[in-house]
Structure formats: structure tokens, C-alpha cells
Design a protein around this ligand. Structure first.
Ligand code: WTA
Length: 637
């Protein structure tokens, strides 16, 4: 029987499902895939066969013996026995074809500087760096850290590592020196790439300074390679630092590509979880490239000559998969923009779309909401006739923002792909395709080959319209393989919550048409402007301050950033709470995590709600803050 709350949810779902957008005739006529339901149905008859066919779009040095192996679950394997290389498929395979002369990267920065690299030029740059890294002793299996702005050299560095078979670990440059040091140390990286600086909102960000501070604590780093990006004056340590242009000077423009096993790790990317220690998510060469290529081609309906602009940062999975690897695997042009979206005016984004004739534009709800704030007049000034497909990712998009995006950016021509996925999934998992009927606010159905479900604690599917845990019940090639150096945590985080399924940590519900509506996280992971931050990391940052005994952090809704952080802090005996102390604590969090941890408010308290076992009940803090019912408090002491 439906409870009152379920009934209310169901009505909401049905109401929401009424708003539907069918694909425009032109989009449908051109679409690679023309029937959403039929392709999903067909793929699910034999998902393994579906992925095997997808893998044939790539170049393999040696074919696989077996497509899928689950004999050591949850350590699943794909394309067993296959030999390949992610960078070879993103770059080398295009050389000698007509793609060679095509632009691989178009880059522009906030100040208006721009650079263009063809596939041939990018190939040569990568080879030079491969040779320089090898000379430096970098080998298959080594880790290389990258802490850089969104510039072409970040792509060169990532591709070079992949070509050698070394794992890159890109750390988003909005993280602090401390956060960078922790990630370098966990991966025991030997080399660190950075830049002298970057312009943001007209100001210079001195990355080198953060790096100098970070590597004081990093024993494994042998060399720091610094790109001269904005001629910012930086301190140079002659023994350790080397300019990028000197590092690659005179290096041969041809280099051998490592033949990797399909299951060899390609990279590690750290992401927040429920403890204060970030998890190093490991992706492999074979399955990752299969998932990324198949999704980018189908979700964004690529035909081969597109200009693809994903506004994420390469430091996040979205950047890895849909700025760097996806577009290059597909042989299209990727656009990179180093700067903020409203400089010098709030139409900068639309200007870039027009200037470079962008066909696919992929962004985050937080950017759309920020642009909405400035008003529709800015996108209205630009016709953007090149745009065909729009995308969003990172957090749920509210129907209002969806409609605005559809009307003013897409001019009611371009379908919006609301793509749900995670660092751990490697590529899009729940998403419409351009041929699908769209419902603003829903991420649509699982991508072909993927079986997702909404279940209760016992793993039983919940009725339509009822909220529950979002799980994936089969496996897919671009899935996480393990947590770097911590296989136990991999098992515990993803495979022990719900029996027999991959636990996403999200809550969702399904409507009558089988469309998924993502509600947010069930755990203590926040999405601040689309950036994933664990409350435990924030709390541990507060506690690192000498005046703090304990802290509880929660996410509170924010009209633009989605969520921002509110912290409840217990001070040491005798310490008085003051505005000056609040300022100091904010600084402390910034130092520990970085500017992405946006603290809205700090409240000094005497006590935090806790369970008998001593766990902070953030749910209770949140309910109180938002004036919501407290829910089950039986375990509260
Ligand atoms: C959230 C980003 C609603 C979700 C690719 C997920 C979304 C987390 C969507 C992963 C979406 C991502 N609608 N929520 N379209 N896309 N999320 O690892 O909570 O940075 O678990 O990967 O973002 O964040 P991550």
C-alpha cells in the first residue's frame, strides 16, 4: 500500500512526467540512434555482446580472449588478454588518416589568448614529452601527478603518461597545497607537472607557490616540470624544477607506444568519500576507452566533424572523459577554456560558442544557474547556430534551469542530455540520447548495456515513484577497478551496502516510463558547485585548527552552487567564539582543502547530535537547519 508520502511523491512524478519534449525532426533524422527504447531493449538482451561490439570501434594490438570475467568479483575484468593503449587510440591511430590535419584542441584563455593544435601537432608534442619522461626514468606503472590549469599541456601530459603506461594522477588546481601533498603521497608520484600560473577573474593564481609548499612534504617527487603559461615570476629550485620547454627541448617527435594489457591501470583520480581520506579511483586502458567512446558518440550524437566543448576542468572525471579522452578517441575537436564564464562580460561562454562554432556544449547546472542570474539578454545576443546538442552533468538540474537552457541557449532546437554518472563509473550511465523524449529534471533511462535500479536497504526494487537507493546491477567496461592501494575500501564502499549490486551513494526514483529522477546523495558527500567534497574532509580541516575540538559539516541548499557548507563547531574550553575566529577557521579550511570548499556559515555550539557509537548525526543537524522533520532519532543520545 502507498503511504501518504509515497502518494505525494507519485503525484509529483506524474505531474513532472507530463512535461515532455519530443526530439525535433531534424535531430531525429540525423541521429545515429533513432529509437531510444528499442536500442536499450536490444542491448539488454546481451549486454556483454553489446560492449564487445562497442570495443570493435577501437584499435587493439591483440584481440581479447574473453570479454568479461567475474571469477574474482567484485574485481571484474573486461577484454581479457587484449592488448591496447588509451593514448594510441586517442592520438596515434589518427595519424596517417585525414583526421591528422584536423584540429584536436582549440584553446582560449580569459585574456583572449588562443592556441590551436592539429592532431599531428598534438601527436608530436606528446611524443617529445614521452621521450623526455622516459629519459627521466619514468616507466610503465609509475605515477605522475599533474596540477595544472586548463591548458593544452595538461592534455599533452596526460596522453604522454598513458602512452608510456605510467598512471597520471590529475589533481584539480582548486585544491590546496595540503590536499595536493596528500594525493601525491598516496600515489607516491615521481614527477609533478604544474604551471607558473593562470589568470582567473583578471588575477594571477600562482600555482607554483602551492606546489613549492606541497612538495616540502612529498619525498617521492624527483622533478617538478613547470609550464610557462603567463610569465608569472616564480621561485625556481634549480635541483628540482625544470621548465617544460627545456624539458622537451630537442626531443625526438616520434616515440614508441607501450602495449598495455586491457586491465593495466591507465590513471588514478582522487575523489571524496565518507571518510576524510580521498579515494584513488583506478581506471584501466581497455574498458575505459570503450565506455568513453561509445557514450560520447551516442549521447552527443557525434558524426566525426564536431567541435565539442565541455566546460569542466580536466582535474575532474568529466574533464578526463569528455574534454580529453572522449573527443580525441572520437577524432573530433575539443575546446578548452581557461578562465571564468563571466569575464569580461556575462556572455563570454556564448561568445566562445559562436566564435569557434561549437556543436556540442556540455556543462554543469551550477554554470547554467549562474548565467540565469545575469538574465536571458546575454545568450539572446548570440544566435549560436552551430549548436546541436547540449549536455549537463554533476548534480541534479532543476526544471527551471533546464527550461532556461533549452530556450535561451539551445533556442528550442537542441536537446539536452542530462547525464548521470560518477568518477567511479568512468562514463555516462543514465542519460537520454538525442532521439529520446526529454523530461526536464530527469536523467532519462540507463544507457544501453547498463541495468540500474532503485532499491530498498535489502536490495528489493521499490515501487514506481518511491525514493530509494540507486544501484547498478550489472557490470560495465569503464567501471572503477579498485581504490589505489586499498582494495578493502573498494569492496566496502561499493559492494557491501546492497548485496549483489554496485552502490552509487545516490537516492533516486523511477517514473512510469522508466525514467530516473536523481535526488542527491544518501551519504555524507556534498556537491558544491558540482565539486564533490566529503563532509568528513571539511570536519577534519576544522579540527586541524588549535581552537577546535569537534565539528559537524552539512550541505545546505544554495540557489546557484546547488549546495554550500554549514559547519557546527565545538571550541576548546576557554576559547571564545568570535567573528575573527570564524574568519580564521575559514582560512584554515581553505588551506587544508582549497577554495572549492565554500563555507556559507559557521555556528559555534556546545554539543553535536550523536549516535551511541559516537557518530555525528549530520542528518539531524541538517533537518534542524532546514526546519524539516527530524525523522528516526532512536539512535540519538
Ligand atoms: C552527482 C561527476 C544528478 C551524483 C560526473 C553522483 C548527478 C555524483 C548527475 C558524482 C546528474 C552527477 N544528475 N546528479 N546528471 N551527474 N551527479 O564523481 O550525486 O564528481 O553520485 O562525477 O554527482 O560526482 P563525480
Amino acid at each position: 500500500m502507498l503511504t501518504k508520502a509515497n502518494k505525494r511523491e507519485l503525484t509529483e512524478v506524474l505531474l513532472a512526467s507530463k512535461k515532455k519534449y519530443r526530439p525535433a525532426k531534424k535531430i531525429l533524422a540525423e541521429a545515429n540512434i533513432k529509437d531510444y527504447n528499442a536500442i536499450i531493449k536490444k542491448s539488454l538482451e546481451n549486454p556483454i555482446k553489446f560492449w564487445e561490439e562497442a570495443a570493435r570501434d577501437l584499435v587493439w594490438f591483440k584481440p581479447w580472449r574473453k570479454v568479461f570475467d567475474s571469477s574474482h568479483k567484485p574485481f571484474y575484468k573486461w577484454f581479457i588478454g587484449g592488448k591496447c593503449n588509451l593514448a594510441y587510440n586517442a592520438l596515434d591511430k589518427h595519424i596517417g588518416t585525414k583526421i591528422e590535419k584536423k584540429l584536436a584542441i582549440i584553446w582560449e584563455d580569459e585574456t583572449g589568448r588562443s592556441r590551436k593544435l592539429t592532431y599531428w601537432e598534438l601527436y608530436q608534442e606528446v611524443n617529445k614529452l614521452v621521450n623526455a619522461l622516459k629519459k627521466q626514468g619514468i616507466r610503465k606503472g609509475d605515477r605522475v601527478a599533474i596540477y595544472m590549469p586548463n591548458i593544452p599541456e595538461i592534455a599533452v601530459a596526460m596522453l604522454s603518461c598513458a602512452k608510456i603506461g605510467a598512471m597520471h594522477s590529475v589533481v584539480f588546481a582548486g585544491f590546496s597545497a595540503k590536499a595536493l601533498a596528500d594525493r601525491i603521497n598516496d600515489a607516491r608520484a615521481k614527477i609533478l607537472f604544474t604551471a607558473d600560473g593562470s589568470f582567473r577573474r583578471g588575477k594571477i593564481i600562482n600555482y607554483k607557490e602551492f606546489v613549492d609548499e606541497a612538495i616540502k612534504e612529498c619525498r617521492t617527487i624527483k622533478k617538478v616540470i613547470v609550464v610557462k603559461n603567463n610569465k608569472n615570476k616564480v621561485k625556481f629550485n634549480k635541483r628540482k624544477d625544470i621548465w617544460y620547454h627545456d624539458f622537451v627541448k630537442g626531443m625526438p617527435t616520434e616515440a614508441k607506444c607501450a602495449q598495455m594489457d586491457a586491465e593495466d591501470p591507465a590513471f588514478v583520480l582522487y575523489t571524496s568519500g565518507t571518510t576524510s581520506k580521498p579515494k584513488g579511483v583506478v581506471h584501466v586502458h581497455g574498458g575505459y576507452m570503450v565506455g568513453v567512446l561509445r557514450t560520447i558518440k551516442w549521447v552527443f550524437d557525434l558524426h566525426g566533424d564536431e567541435r565539442f566543448w565541455c566546460t569542466a576542468d580536466p582535474g575532474w572525471i568529466t574533464g578526463h572523459s569528455y574534454i580529453i579522452y572522449g573527443p580525441l578517441l572520437a577524432g573530433v575537436t575539443t575546446v578548452m577554456y581557461e578562465g571564468v564564464p563571466d569575464m569580461p562580460k556575462p556572455d563570454r561562454i556564448w561568445k566562445i560558442v559562436e566564435k569557434y562554432k561549437v556543436n556540442v556544449f556540455y556543462t554543469a547546472p551550477t554554470l547554467i544557474r549562474a548565467m540565469m542570474k545575469y538574465g536571458a539578454k546575454w545568450p539572446k545576443m548570440h544566435k549560436m547556430p552551430s549548436l546541436r546538442i547540449l549536455g549537463t552533468v554533476g548534480e541534479p538540474i532543476n526544471p527551471e534551469a533546464w527550461e532556461w537552457y533549452y530556450k535561451y541557449v539551445g533556442k528550442k532546437r537542441c536537446p539536452i542530455m542530462d547525464t548521470w554518472w560518477q568518477t567511479e563509473t568512468g562514463s555516462n550511465m543514465i542519460t537520454p540520447l538525442p532521439c529520446a523524449t526529454l523530461k526536464p529534471g530527469s536523467a532519462g533511462k540507463p544507457f544501453p548495456g547498463i541495468k540500474a535500479e532503485v532499491v530498498d536497504k535489502k536490495g528489493k526494487p521499490v515501487p514506481i515513484g518511491k525514493g530509494g537507493y540507486l544501484v547498478i546491477i550489472n557490470q560495465w567496461p569503464s567501471m572503477i577497478r579498485t581504490i589505489f592501494n586499498n582494495p578493502k575500501r573498494y569492496i566496502k564502499t561499493y559492494w557491501q551496502e546492497i548485496k549483489g549490486a554496485y552502490f552509487t551513494g545516490d537516492v533516486a526514483f523511477k517514473d512510469r516510463d522508466g525514467y530516473f529522477w536523481i535526488q542527491g546523495r544518501t551519504d555524507d558527500v556534498l556537491k558544491v558547485a558540482g565539486h564533490r567534497i566529503g563532509t568528513a574532509e571539511v570536519e577534519s580541516a576544522f579540527v586541524s585548527h588549535k581552537s577546535v575540538v569537534e565539528a559537524g559539516a552539512i550541505g545546505v541548499p544554495d540557489p546557484i552552487k546547488g549546495e554550500v557548507i554549514k559547519a557546527f563547531v565545538i571550541l576548546k574550553q576557554g576559547v571564545k567564539g568570535s567573528d575573527a575566529l570564524k574568519l580564521e577557521l575559514r582560512k584554515c579550511v581553505r588551506k587544508e582543502i582549497g577554495p572549492i570548499a565554500v563555507i556559507k556559515d559557521i555556528e559555534f555550539v556546545d554539543k553535536l547530535p550523536k549516535t551511541r557509537s559516537g557518530k555525528i548525526m549530520r542528518r539531524v543537524l541538517k533537518a534542524k537547519e532546514l526546519g524539516l522533520p527530524l525523522g528516526d532519532t532512536s539512535s540519538l543520545v
